[in-house]
Design a protein around this ligand. Structure first.
Ligand code: ZN
Length: 419
């Protein structure tokens, strides 16, 4: 089973929005106008071409360029070459998919249905393509890093984020999907076959590596987890300087499980009192950590009183174990408080994985497939609430996308020829 994405080959393909096919055909006849159009488009996106490392001239290459034509599916494709470093850029018009016969409008509809939770098989029937072709398409986009695409949209690397793993299945084996979320955006969607701290560290390290490659001074200030041991350990290993908090909502949901052999109304009452306690601790403007420590001690006494010594002790020990994580949440006002947004992302991804045999294909690249799904999650405009209606996750977080067409954005942002 292949659980890492295949190495992306050095490609300098760029997808360019020519608005319509007629404009493209017109430009075919005029080399100078073609180059100017392409450069204007790149400029409008705020991108730069990826020249070879030693090229000093990068960016101002218009006049030195020359081009040659090849045929792809009956469409003439042009290439631009930098005369300084000889890097060759293949210019794909927006109506052509790299290496694929599939028309972008078909791919767009099929991927949208996929994102909506329709199985690969049903999408394939609806859009007259093979399920495998659709699965490969998702993987093809998944070979491009989330960090690259998101930073191309102008998003800064997350200073505070949520981290957790989704438990899933690949055929009969248990698998895990380590995830990093910031707001409405997925920064990492990994894949491991073990739940060990070492396995999670390796997966989260892929994000760290990509982030440091993008921004060598990148530092994380705060991370929120549900307090699962392997997650906590892997975060400490990778981001030792970051504040590590535990989700407060998760804590509230866990409390009833610590209370055994008591009547249900008592358990419910204690849960609701614990909820109030954490809520009040958050409301305070100052001395939040001090206040929480004191209240936790009182609450454990209260549990002993209402539910007996054994329950009181269990809750006290549990507080002892988790309180630093709760303190961390209260100590920094910028820390995320609950992992709700991560749960929502997980639920969205889970709906797809559940229905997708492509994911469970033993020879498939699970990592690439997951990353492909994460791109869809970030770029498809799915926001329903009025305040962000019609926006994609990237836009909700303040990012910029090149065009109004999400699928064209996906093509452009995953182009290998941009820097
Ligand atoms: Zn060059």
């Amino acid at each position: 089973m292949q659980n890492t994405a295949r190495q992306t080959r050095e490609n300098r393909t760029i997808t360019v929005d020519f608005q319509n096919e007629a404009t493209y055909c017109q430009l075919m006849g005029d080399g100078k106008a073609f180059v100017e159009f392409v450069l204007a488009f790149i400029l409008s996106c705020g991108f730069q071409l990826k020249h070879k490392a030693m090229c000093r001239d990068g960016g101002g290459l218009t006049r030195h360029s020359h081009y040659l034509r090849v045929r792809l599916g009956g469409v003439t494709i042009w290439r631009l070459q930098c005369t300084t470093c000889h890097a060759v850029f293949t210019v794909l018009p927006h109506f052509v998919l790299r290496y694929r016969q599939m028309r972008p409008d078909v791919a767009r509809d099929a991927l949208l249905a996929t994102h909506g939770g329709l199985s690969l098989e049903l999408c394939a029937v609806l859009y007259h393509i093979s399920p495998m072709a659709l699965s490969r398409l998702v993987c093809a986009f998944g070979h491009h890093s989330l960090v690259t695409v998101l930073t191309r949209c102008g998003l800064s690397l997350p200073t505070y984020f949520l981290a957790d793993e989704k438990h899933s299945r690949c055929l009969t084996a248990k698998v895990y999907v380590p995830t990093i979320v910031q707001g409405r955006v997925l920064w990492h969607l990994g894949y491991t076959t073990e739940a060990s701290a070492a396995a999670f560290t390796q997966s989260y390290q892929e994000f760290q590596r990509a982030a440091l490659h993008q921004e060598p001074t990148y530092r994380v200030r705060g991370i929120l987890t549900d307090g699962f041991d392997s997650t906590t350990k892997s975060m400490r290993t990778l981001f030792p300087e970051a504040r590590l908090g535990y989700c407060l909502r998760h804590a509230i949901n866990k409390l009833p499980g610590k209370l055994t052999a008591i009547a249900s109304p008592v358990r419910k009452a204690l849960r609701s009192q614990f909820h109030t306690l954490l809520y009040r601790a958050r409301q305070r403007k100052s001395l939040r950590v001090f206040a929480l420590g004191q209240r936790l001690r009182h609450f454990a006494d209260h549990v002993t009183q209402k539910a007996g010594v054994a329950n009181g002790e269990r809750v006290r020990r549990w507080f002892q174990e988790k309180k630093t994580g709760w303190y961390a949440v209260l100590a920094d006002p910028q820390m995320p408080v609950t992992s709700t947004l991560l749960d929502q992302a997980h639920n969205a991804i889970e709906r797809k994985l559940f229905m997708m045999k492509g994911f469970h294909h033993p020879k498939g690249s699970q990592q690439a497939f997951l990353t492909g799904l994460a791109h869809l999650y970030n770029l498809i405009p799915y926001q329903r609430r009025a305040i962000h209606a019609g926006q994609c996750g990237v836009e909700v977080e303040g990012g910029r996308v090149p065009t109004v067409d999400w699928f064209l954005n996906l093509q452009i942002l995953t182009s290998g020829g941009f820097r």
